[in-house]
Design a protein around this ligand. Structure first.
Ligand SMILES: Nc1ncnc2c1ncn2[C@@H]1O[C@H](COP(=O)(O)OP(=O)(O)OP(=O)(O)O)[C@@H](O)[C@H]1O
Length: 600
């Protein structure tokens, strides 16, 4: 419940005045409905359904009845019916306004939560993302967020139903406090008897969260690997998984509906018994008049469903508690990993590098509970405006080293210094403002080439874009596209080859005119001709920016000023390309020889 209250408080902070307006409106609606019921007494008397003085003993109603007594029957009918219509219209209008206001509050709050959670995600550091599955974020941002927002709405509905019901209980008390008390006690007894259903709803909610999380994770993995699935004829196994999970989802949903329909059934069954009991009590025990009896029956049939509705809202709220938990846990984790402040502009304070980046006895491991280090005792210097290549076998620690160098992760021991200063979290952000990083898996938005380039440097001129494309050996193929820079890329736009994608992403990195250019296997998909052209471009850039290159294909790094060779997380060698290549039995010489042998 504590978690729900935190979100209700958030709703209060967000909606403020509108929330009170809504609650007040609900109470007013309750009062109008109550008055409508009271007015039924003189109406019934007019039709002769109760004695002529029907309701004369009722508070409020008695004064209405008294003021009408001197009028003719026709006039009475017109007045009572007009009042009745006014009340019904007033209540219907109020209900309409409240429904719209409710929707405005609910949807606005979903947007508010969405933005808040997404912002805290984007403000988190890289270590946070390393520990998580992307599909879990999608699950929380879609399903759990909607469930939690709906849960907040349910809590609101619970409060408003309580208020509404309290007003009606008050009015019913005016009619017969004994009978109303009886209804209340019966309602409490049924609610206590059904409290096990609230616990079951909560358990169902946890199961639902887990199942939907697996569903999102499985679907993401399968669509990421759909080519492997199709190529290796693995559809059958994946269909089995999908069918089994779908059955569990179905059962989870059905069991919650059954649970809810069971409680509603108990309320309805109890209502039949109670009505019979009240009739007997009213006629035999309490001797109430027929007008009052009809009123009590009307009030009971309106009040009792409210109890059933309270129970149903409570169960749904209990079912959504896990969503609150997941959302809250994520937000707490994000806060613990926050590296960016609100409204911190990415292009604030870009740093230019004067001396370079230095690692001093750096150790890093992904899991502090495991003994293996991804990097151990690394000491090296990357001079500013030079080109450094990092090579090594797969898993040697190349990408991890890059992440440390650009401050995405922090060393467990040792330190990274930029221009002689320790790279703290503020320094890392400032450094990354002037880094262009190109990964082995080029990432392009579903947007035009122009938009994809402009992300790196908003407001860049068309000439600057073509210059970057030229440097990345992409000018010719982009000019050949019918829409040129305005060609839309992606699944529903033009599909580019792996090499073409890499070249566009490289152009984007160059357009930013970074102080540090990091190429993490960024030219792996290029053929010899394009790679040679990019090498020429990098040679031209040498001296104007610091270039760090990871490459499996060692021909790519021939122009490097220094080469760092990693082996099992340790720096095996550091030196010039030619010098290391000459050490035939050295680690770099062996890498070269493997590559020559494998390429024939
Ligand atoms: N997110 C992670 N969680 C746990 N361990 C990781 C993670 N990323 C990498 N590692 C481990 O750290 C070590 C170094 O990985 P890294 O990706 O830096 O190697 P690499 O040299 O870049 O490999 P490759 O050339 O195959 O990309 C490996 O043993 C790897 O299994």
């Amino acid at each position: 419940m504590g978690r729900i209250l935190i979100y209700v408080r958030k709703l209060h902070d967000y909606a403020g005045f509108k929330l009170y307006l809504n609650l007040f409106g609900m109470m007013a609606s309750g009062v109008l409905e109550g008055i409508g019921i009271f007015l039924l007494v003189p109406l019934l008397a007019l039709f002769g359904l109760t004695d002529a003085g029907g309701g004369s003993s009722l508070p409020l109603v008695s004064s209405v009845v008294a003021s009408l007594s001197s009028l003719s029957e026709d006039r009475k009918l017109v007045i009572v019916l007009s009042l009745f219509i006014l009340l019904v219209l007033g209540q219907a209008y109020l209900q309409r306004v409240l429904t719209n206001l409710n929707e405005v509050i609910e949807q606005g709050f979903i947007r508010y939560l969405r933005v808040e959670v997404y912002q805290s995600l984007l403000q988190s550091n890289w270590s946070f993302f390393l520990k998580k599955r992307k599909s879990d974020f999608v699950h929380i941002m879609t399903q759990e967020l909607s469930r939690a927002s709906y849960g907040v709405y349910l809590s609101l509905r619970l409060v408003t139903t309580l208020l509404f019901t309290s007003v009606q209980i008050g009015l019913a008390m005016l009619l017969s406090w004994k009978l109303t008390l009886c209804i209340l006690i019966c309602g409490c007894i049924v609610a206590v008897y059904l409290r096990a259903f609230i616990r079951k709803s909560r358990a169902n909610g946890f199961e639902s969260s887990e199942l939907v999380q697996s569903y999102y994770a499985g679907m993401t993995e399968q669509f990421n690997g759909i080519k492997e699935i199709k190529s290796n004829r693995l559809e059958g196994q994946h269909m089995d998984w999908f069918r089994s999970l779908s059955v569990q989802l179905e059962q989870n949903s059905v069991s919650f509906t059954k649970l809810q329909s069971n409680t509603q059934f108990y309320y309805k069954a109890a209502s039949g018994l109670l009505i019979a009991l009240f009739v007997v009590l009213s006629l035999k025990g309490l001797h109430v008049d027929s007008g009052q009896l009809i009123l009590i029956a009307i009030i009971f049939t309106r009040l009792w469903p409210k109890f059933a509705m309270l129970q149903s809202s409570w169960e749904q709220l209990a079912q959504s508690i896990p969503a609150f938990k997941n959302l809250m846990d994520l937000q707490i984790e994000c806060r613990g990993s926050q590296e960016l402040e609100d409204n911190q502009h990415p292009f604030d304070h870009p740093a230019r590098m004067e001396q370079g980046i230095e690692c001093r006895n750096v150790y890093y491991r992904y899991n502090p509970n495991h003994s293996e280090y991804a990097l151990e005792d690394i000491s090296l210097c990357i001079p500013a405006n030079s080109m450094t290549a990092i090579v090594g076998k797969s898993g040697a620690g190349k990408s991890t080293l890059i992440d440390l160098l650009i401050g995405l992760i922090q060393p467990e021991r040792g330190e990274v210094r930029v221009d002689g200063k320790p790279l703290g979290s503020a320094g890392a952000l400032s450094l990354r403002n002037s880094v262009s990083y190109v990964s082995q898996d080029p990432f392009l938005f579903h947007a035009s080439i122009r938009d994809n380039l402009a992300i790196a440097r908003p407001g860049a001129s068309e000439d600057a874009m073509w210059e970057a494309l030229r440097a990345a050996a992409s000018e010719t193929f982009v000019r050949r596209l019918p829409l040129g820079l305005d060609t839309v890329l992606g699944d529903r736009g033009v599909r580019l080859s792996g090499g073409e994608r890499q070249r566009i992403v490289l152009a984007r990195a160059l357009l930013r005119k970074p102080a540090v250019l990091v190429l993490d296997e960024a030219t792996s998909a290029l053929d010899g001709e394009h790679e040679a052209r990019i090498q020429e471009a990098l040679d031209r850039l040498k001296g104007s920016m610091t270039i760090i290159v990871i490459a499996h294909r060692l021909s790519t790094i021939r122009g490097a000023d220094q080469v760092a060779v990693l082996e099992n997380g340790r720096l095996a060698r550091l030196g010039e390309y030619r010098q290391l290549a000459g050490e035939v039995d050295g680690p770099f010489g062996q890498l070269l020889s493997y590559q020559r042998t494998s390429s024939g």
